[in-house]
Ligand binder design. Sequence first.
Ligand code: ATP
Length: 284
Amino acid sequence: MKLYEKAPAKINLMLDVLHKRPDGYHEVEMIMTMVDLADRLTITELPGHTIKISSQAGYIPLDDKNLAYQAASKIKERYGIRQGVHIHIDKQIPVAAGLAGGSSDAAAALRGLNRLWKLDIPHEDMMELGASIGSDVPFCITGGTALATGRGERLTPLPSPPDCWVILAKPPINVSTAGVYGRLRADQIKQHPSAAAMQQAIEQQSFEAICSGLGNVLEDVTLSHYPEVQQLKQTMQQLGADGVLMSGSGPTVFGLVSKESKVARIYNGLRGFCHEVYAVRMLT
Ligand code: ATP
């Protein structure tokens, strides 16, 4: 028995940090949506008990540090599954990029194993399993577009934003999410983006209001350490993207573009600066 699961990347249309909680997590408000850039998981049963992870990408962990491994391990333990599994990850999403690639792989593994072993796991249990792996995993399980609060695991579904192009550019640096949150001084944030305004922009299907409402309080932290991310933002703006923002803790910068005629020019312009550039659609 073999099956496939797609694990799409996410971008943050807005990301705000309200305060640091006594448990060490940050209380956040984020609006996230999926884009059509995805890893592909091939899930095959193995004899015995082992969980085997493989990937064509040489730079992700293949042991129990891989989030897809953790997903398999937790499902096996919770539901008493005495069966091995091989998960091959065809990695297309840039790693440590602010695009939740690892979280999406974990979510796809949970969805796929739920199907493979016909477990019929109730939605709340899937979300709880996901949250025990990482704060972004519950969103990656449901997909679509959502407002995420708490530490990112409490979700309110939203309508899809209007269809548009998303140009993603990742400079050749890896940014640790924990490092960025560690350097953030939540009490000194100068300007908080508005989740309510972004939610309204999406509900009204206003592409212009979505572009003007983009905001991410982690930008100041990452941009002050990596001037090349700031430069990339400016270049994308100069090339004519309608709205530009860093995703998550970075360093990937995305540009929203409504007119297809502008996409090739922006893409080609960025390729002069940056090796990893993708022009994809928003997943609506
Ligand atoms: P987020 O936006 O959720 O913070 P990210 O896009 O910044 O995520 P990931 O691509 O998920 O970051 O990778 C972060 C780290 O997680 C990597 O450095 C890698 O060591 C580890 N990791 C574990 N499992 C995976 C996986 N399946 N794919 C990629 N990285 C993984």
